[in-house]
Structure formats: structure tokens, C-alpha cells
Unconditional design. Structure first.
Length: 343
């Protein structure tokens, strides 16, 4: 509130005046003026009339700061200062989680998820509300969120659903941590943009432009992996990686050749591949991302089953998918847009 002293004087029974803009001196229509009686509104010329015995009047106008004016003999002209000339208070805060247990992880946090064994998407099994069914379980290729079936949840990569999250027996996810930029886990209360899922959501965002050239190769008991990344000029970059399981090669080497005592043997084999190209011209971010997975498991039964003699021999199962995503994101000072397609 501002106190504006026009001139010292005595209160008037009939109060008449005019309200104008403090900068342009144009009349202010629709401003509310009140003293000790009923308030009145200024007309198109900014003029008002009211009765009262107060020594001051208060003026309030839209987009203006309210002020208090002391009455004085003569013409009363009240200049209203604009609201933008006053104090501006800006509050910056993060919105609350969409649901209890919701988690958002950035890349630097994603790579340090406990229990991940270097595989970020395996580490999310330790988050609240997700059953850590581990490996060698019937539903180990998906996630059990809040007790629901894995088919009731949705696994998204850059906004598009993928059919499976883990390779056979859940030993490894289909997307390595080096290709992940963000990870959102929403156990419930999510927006309509996530579609018709009846349970939780896991939304994975892929890598942004690599800032430096790097490459690595590794071999473990589980698989062999390799990755190459690097920038292309100042506004573009690429990432290429691939993994291939070694379990199917190791098991025959460690199992005895005379395996008649083994009535059941599984030889799982999987590989996955990823390639992404990003280009960021002015105000745009264009990207192409291709990734996929191929799983095959051979179930071999050498023993005889008295109740079912046919339950011997070899059974094979193959699961494969390839996803290609093209996106274009535009960002201006006042608005933005995202165009994306997947096949």
C-alpha cells in the first residue's frame, strides 16, 4: 500500500475526483474507490463521486497497485502506479512426486543405483513397490509393481512401449546403462499421456549428445559388450553399442560330456544392439534411435519321465524385437513442441 499526500486539509462531505495512470496520465476506468461508505467505480473518464467524512480514500485498480490518498480542497487527481513497477516475488520449486514412491533419476544418479551390478534397469527392482523377483522366475522378463502382473505395467523408451525389459531369466536388461539419460518410475497417479496402463510406469529417456570420444569393451561370465561414442562437430553426436551373452558358450564347456545324470539343461542365448544419432541445430533437437533384442533358449531333457515319455528331447523358444524411434523437438522462449514416430 502507498500513502500519497496531496495536500493537508479537512475532510469533505462530498468527495469527487479523477483517477489516472501514473505514467500515461490516461483515465483509469473501472477502478474501485472507497472511504467510509459504500465503494464506487470510476467511469470512462476516470471520474468518481462518493460521500463520507473520512480524511482519506483508498483506490484499487486491476493491474495497478492500491494506494491511499489524503483528501484536500480543490480538484483531486489520483495517479495509480502500475503493478509491474512494484515488488516482484518469484518462487522456484520442484513439483511434488506424482505418487508416493515415484522416483526420477538423472544420468549421474542412474549410474550409481545400488544393486544394479552395472545394469541400471536391474537396479530398479530395489525401488519401493517393485517386487525383486530376481532371476530364474516365471515373470523375470518384466516388472511386478504393487503385486500386479507384468502385463499390467508399461515399459517406455523415449515415450514408446517395448515388449520386454529383461533378457531370458532376468539376468540382464535389454538396454545398457550407458544408453540411459533419465529414468522415471511412476507406481500410480500418472497422466493420460502414458496411455491405458493399469499399473506402474517405467519411462526411460535415452542418451543426449556425447561430449567426448570414448570406447570400451568388456567380457564377463554373463556377456561380452562393446560401446563407441563421440561428438560430431559442436551440435551432433553418436552412440553405438552391442552385447552378446556367453552363457550358452560356457555351459557346454563346464558341464560334463556324459550328462546322463542331468535330466534337464537350459542353454540361453541373447544379444542386443543400440545405435543413436543426435543433431541439435538452433532451437531444434533431432534424433534417431534404433535398438533391439534377440533371445533364444534351448531346453534339453535327457532323462526319462515315466508319467510322460514324450517329455524328453529338445525345446527351443525365441523372443525378438527391434524398435526404431525418430523424434524432432522444437524449443522457443515461449513454447515448445515434440514430434516423434516409432516402428
Amino acid at each position: 500500500m502507498f500513502l500519497v499526500m496531496v495536500l493537508a486539509g479537512t475532510a469533505q462531505a462530498d468527495i469527487r475526483g479523477r483517477v489516472v495512470d501514473a505514467v500515461t496520465r490516461e483515465p483509469v476506468e473501472g477502478a474501485t474507490v472507497y472511504a467510509d461508505g459504500d465503494p464506487v467505480t470510476t467511469d470512462a473518464e476516470g471520474v468518481f463521486e462518493l460521500r463520507g467524512e473520512s480524511a482519506t480514500v483508498t483506490v484499487v485498480g486491476a493491474d495497478y497497485q492500491p494506494i491511499v490518498v489524503a483528501l484536500a480542497p480543490g480538484e483531486l487527481v489520483i495517479a495509480l502506479p502500475r503493478a509491474r513497477d512494484g515488488e516482484v516475488i518469484e518462487v522456484v520449486a520442484k513439483p511434488p512426486p506424482q505418487a508416493p514412491g515415484a522416483v526420477t533419476l538423472r544420468r549421474d544418479e542412474v549410474m550409481r543405483v545400488p544393486g544394479a551390478r552395472g545394469d541400471v534397469l536391474s537396479g530398479i527392482k530395489n525401488l519401493p513397490g517393485i517386487a525383486n523377483n530376481g532371476s530364474l522366475a516365471p515373470f523375470s522378463a518384466g516388472l511386478i509393481i504393487r503385486g500386479s502382473s507384468p502385463e499390467d505395467s508399461r515399459i517406455l523408451v523415449d515415450g514408446f512401449e517395448i515388449p520386454v525389459l529383461y533378457h531370458f531369466l532376468g539376468v540382464q536388461s535389454v538396454l545398457p546403462g550407458e544408453l540411459i539419460e533419465t529414468l522415471d518410475y511412476l507406481p500410480g497417479s500418472y497422466g493420460v499421456r502414458y496411455g491405458k496402463a493399469s499399473d506402474g510406469i517405467v519411462d526411460v529417456g535415452s542418451r543426449e549428445i556425447p561430449r567426448e570420444r570414448a570406447a570400451f569393451a568388456e567380457v564377463s561370465f554373463v556377456n561380452a559388450a562393446a560401446l563407441v561414442q563421440g561428438p560430431i562437430g559442436k551440435n551432433a553426436g553418436y552412440v553405438v553399442s552391442g552385447r552378446r551373452s556367453l552363457i550358452d558358450a560356457i555351459l557346454p564347456a563346464v558341464l560334463p560330456s556324459d550328462n546322463e545324470n542331468l535330466s534337464f539343461t537350459a542353454y540361453p542365448r541373447y544379444y542386443d544392439y543400440q545405435a543413436k544419432l543426435v543433431w541439435n541445430p538452433k532451437r531444434w533437437k533431432l534424433s534417431g534411435f534404433v535398438f533391439g533384442s534377440d533371445d533364444k533358449v534351448d531346453l534339453i531333457s535327457n532323462g526319462s519321465e515315466a508319467t510322460d515319455p514324450a517329455a524328453t528331447g529338445r525345446l527351443s523358444n525365441t523372443t525378438t524385437f527391434t524398435r526404431a524411434i525418430a523424434s524432432a523437438k522444437y524449443r522457443d522462449r515461449t513454447w515448445g513442441a515434440l514430434f516423434a514416430a516409432s516402428a
